[in-house]
Write a protein that binds this ligand. Structure first.
Ligand SMILES: C[S@@+](CC[C@H](N)C(=O)[O-])C[C@H]1O[C@@H](n2cnc3c(N)ncnc32)[C@H](O)[C@@H]1O
Length: 263
């Protein structure tokens, strides 16, 4: 429900409800997350994002939806921007906390589609395709409303997400492989009727196949613009990347900025 309170981690705040719902980012994923995303954590990947976000935050505070282990939040806080995060996963947040500077980033455990935190923000942001973790259109709409509710007039909501790769699907085919080796196969499945997609992983361990899958909802740029409009935001910029290349029909992802009108 909109307005649902979260539980906060930060100086002087504790969590004691004992809940263990880490969504799809429990201990098994969190333990390897930083190693698995090492390419995305290098300065050449992170710095352009942090430059852009710090510029939008200006002298205000930033709120990250799905803060995770702090890949973006920590360097952004290192630029002097006060950063607060919302995340479902205690296991991910525990990794953030253990890093240098981690104690300075306040975190609220909760669903970023609905969880409210105190304060007014110049910037809310949601990177690395994480809006796709919300698997219904309603939840994605709620997420925009929640971002807008946290922004001060003139504040911005930034989303980094892939353009749905339906052009890779020949007629009649609903799956696209993205990793094939002797012991590990990974593929995405798409349902264009519902915009449901899933990533599937099959790994041979001790001669036996293990399968896991994560559900997503893919979403089009124009659909996000409508969600923003429903939330009272308007599109300010859309680029192909954090380095502000123009977004075109060939772009495979976008970084979009919606603004809450001043006054
Ligand atoms: C792909 S990771 C991204 C983490 C970080 N933003 C980064 O760029 O490395 C997605 C994060 O979003 C969190 N997450 C996914 N769905 C969520 C939801 N509905 N509410 C809160 N957190 C969520 C996960 O727990 C995870 O930490």
């Amino acid at each position: 429900m909109p307005g649902q309170a979260g539980r906060e981690y930060g100086p002087g705040v504790t969590d004691d409800d004992g809940s263990t719902d880490d969504g799809y980012f429990g201990e098994n994923i969190a333990a390897d997350y930083d190693d698995d995303t090492a390419d995305m954590s290098r300065p050449d990947a992170v710095d352009p994002a942090v430059d852009l976000l710090a510029g939008l935050a200006g002298d205000g505070a930033a709120l990250e939806f799905g803060v995770g282990t702090g890949r973006i939040a920590l360097p952004l806080a290192g630029r002097g921007v006060p950063v607060h995060g919302i995340d479902l996963s205690r296991a991910m947040v525990k990794r953030l906390r253990a890093k240098p500077g981690g104690a300075a980033v306040g975190v609220t455990i909760g669903d970023f589609a609905t969880t409210r935190v105190t304060g007014e923000f110049a910037l809310a942001y949601l990177v690395f395709n994480t809006i796709n973790n919300l698997t219904t259109q309603d939840a994605q709409v709620d997420c925009f409303r929640n971002a807008a509710a946290h922004l001060r007039p003139g504040g911005c909501f930034v989303v980094e997400v892939g353009v749905p790769e339906l052009r890779r699907l020949p007629p009649g085919q609903g799956a696209v492989p993205f990793h094939i080796s002797d012991t590990h196969w990974a593929f995405d499945t798409y349902d264009p009727a519902t915009q449901a997609m899933s990533s599937h992983y099959v790994t041979i361990v001790d001669g036996r196949a293990q399968h896991s899958s994560i559900p997503f909802r893919y979403v089009w740029p124009a659909e996000l613009d409508l969600m923003a409009r429903l939330a009272g935001l308007r599109l300010r910029d859309r680029w192909e990347s954090w380095t502000r290349e123009p977004f075109t029909g060939e772009s495979r992802k976008h970084v979009s900025v919606w603004e809450k009108p001043a006054g």
